[in-house]
Ligand binder design. Structure first.
Ligand code: SAM
Ligand code: SF4
Length: 330
C-alpha cells in the first residue's frame, strides 16, 4: 500500500473515531447535564447527619478531617430537603437516601426527630400512592443501646440498617476501629436484631485488613451474626478520593476505571454544614458545588460548577478537577 493511501486510511479512521466519540459526548451532555431543565438524573443522596465521630478508625478520613469544622446536620435542612424531593417532581428518579457521611450519625442530637420527620413524609407519599426513596443508615453501633434500638424500630423510617463490623475477629476489630469495644458493639448489634424482628433489613459491612481465602478468617461471633442478618459484604480498605493521606499497607480495594463516574452523574452528598458535593468520598469538601442553606437542590444540581466538573471528566481532563484528580474510578 502506498504511503499516501496509508495516511488517507489513518485519517479516515481517526475522523470516524473522533466523530463517534464527540457524538457520544454530546448525547451524554444532553442526557445528563439537563440543559433544557428536564428531570434530574440523581438516584442516590448521602446526607451527612454528623461529621463528628466517637472513633478513630484506622483508614477513615474522619481521623484526618481537619479541613472541616465538626458539626451536625440540622433538622430544618432535612425538612427543606424532604420538601425539595417530594414537591419537585424533577427528582422522581431518586431511589436511595443514605443517612451518613464521614462521621457517626447516631451522635446527632436530633437523630430521632429527623427519623420521625422522614417517616411522616414517607407516610404522606404512600397515602398519595407516590414512591418514596429507600432510607438507609450505616453506623458503628457503639451508641446503639436497647432504648435507642427500640425507638429506631418503632419510628419505622429506616428500610435498611448497616453495621460496620470490620476485621472479622475481636482483636482485628479493635485494632481497626480504634476506640470501640467489640463486646459492647456485639451486644448492641445482637440486641438490635432481636428487637427488630426482621422489620428493618440488616446488613453487616466488613472491611478486612488481610485477604480472605484459604484460611477461616472470621471468629464464631462474626459467623453467628452473618447468619442472623439479611446479608453481608466484605471489602478492603480504599483511599477515599485519593487526596487523603491514608496509608494502606495491607490489601487495597481494587477498582476499575470508567470513562464516566456514577457518583458524578447520579449522586449528591449533602455535608453536615449544608454544602453539597458531587461525591460521598469527598471527605475534604473539594467537590462542593453549592450551598443547600441558600439554594434549592435543583439549582445546585444544574449549577455551572457541577456541569464543568462533568464536562472535564467527559473530555478526559480530570487534572482540572481537584476532587477527581487522583480518583481511582475515572
Ligand atoms: C465512613 S463510615 C461512616 C458511618 C459510621 N461511622 C460507620 O463507621 O459505620 C462508613 C463506612 O466506611 C467504611 N470505611 C471507612 N474508611 C474506609 C476506607 N478507607 N476504606 C473502605 N471503607 C472505609 C467504614 O468501615 C464504614 O463501614
Ligand atoms: S469509619 Fe465510621 S466510626 Fe470509624 S472513624 Fe470513620 S466515621 Fe468514625
Amino acid at each position: 500500500m502506498s504511503l499516501i493511501k496509508k495516511i488517507q486510511n489513518e485519517t479516515t479512521k481517526n475522523f470516524i473515531f473522533f466523530f463517534y466519540r464527540n457524538v457520544l459526548i454530546v448525547i451524554f451532555l444532553i442526557k445528563y447535564l439537563n440543559p433544557f431543565g428536564k428531570k434530574s438524573t440523581i438516584k442516590d443522596v448521602h446526607i451527612e447527619l454528623s461529621n463528628i465521630c466517637n472513633l478513630k478508625c484506622k483508614w477513615c478520613a474522619s481521623s484526618i478531617n481537619e479541613m472541616r469544622k465538626g458539626q451536625f446536620f440540622k433538622k430544618e435542612l432535612m425538612k427543606k430537603f424532604l420538601d425539595n424531593i417530594t414537591l419537585d417532581k424533577r427528582f422522581d428518579k431518586l431511589r436511595t437516601i443514605r443517612l451518613w457521611g464521614i462521621g457517626e450519625s447516631l451522635l446527632n442530637p436530633e437523630f430521632l426527630e429527623v427519623l420521625t420527620m422522614i417517616k411522616n413524609y414517607k407516610n404522606k407519599a404512600h397515602k398519595k400512592h407516590s414512591n418514596f426513596p429507600e432510607i438507609m443508615l450505616t453506623t458503628n453501633a457503639t451508641l446503639l443501646n436497647q432504648n435507642l434500638s427500640k425507638k429506631i424500630v418503632q419510628i419505622g423510617a429506616l428500610d435498611e440498617i448497616r453495621f460496620s463490623l470490620d476485621g472479622g475477629t475481636k482483636e482485628k476489630f479493635e485494632k481497626i476501629r480504634v476506640g470501640a469495644k467489640w463486646s459492647k458493639v456485639y451486644k448492641n448489634v445482637k440486641n438490635f436484631i432481636k428487637i427488630n424482628r426482621g422489620k428493618i433489613r440488616v446488613k453487616i459491612d466488613c472491611v478486612m485488613e488481610t485477604e480472605i481465602g484459604k484460611k477461616d478468617y472470621f471468629s464464631k461471633e462474626w459467623e453467628e451474626l452473618f447468619k442472623l442478618v439479611d446479608y453481608h459484604a466484605i471489602r478492603y480498605p480504599s483511599e477515599f478520593d485519593g487526596n487523603a493521606n491514608i496509608k494502606i499497607t495491607t490489601r487495597k480495594e481494587k477498582s476499575q476505571k470508567s470513562w464516566i463516574c456514577f457518583a458524578l452523574m447520579h449522586s449528591l452528598f449533602i455535608l453536615a454544614n449544608g454544602n453539597v458535593s458531587v461525591c460521598c468520598l469527598d471527605w475534604s469538601g473539594r467537590g462542593v458545588v453549592g450551598d443547600f442553606n441558600n439554594e434549592d437542590l435543583y439549582t445546585i444540581y444544574t449549577s455551572k460548577k457541577r456541569k464543568n466538573m462533568i464536562n472535564n471528566i467527559l473530555l478526559k481532563k480530570k487534572h482540572k478537577v481537584p476532587l477527581c484528580r487522583n480518583c481511582r474510578f475515572v
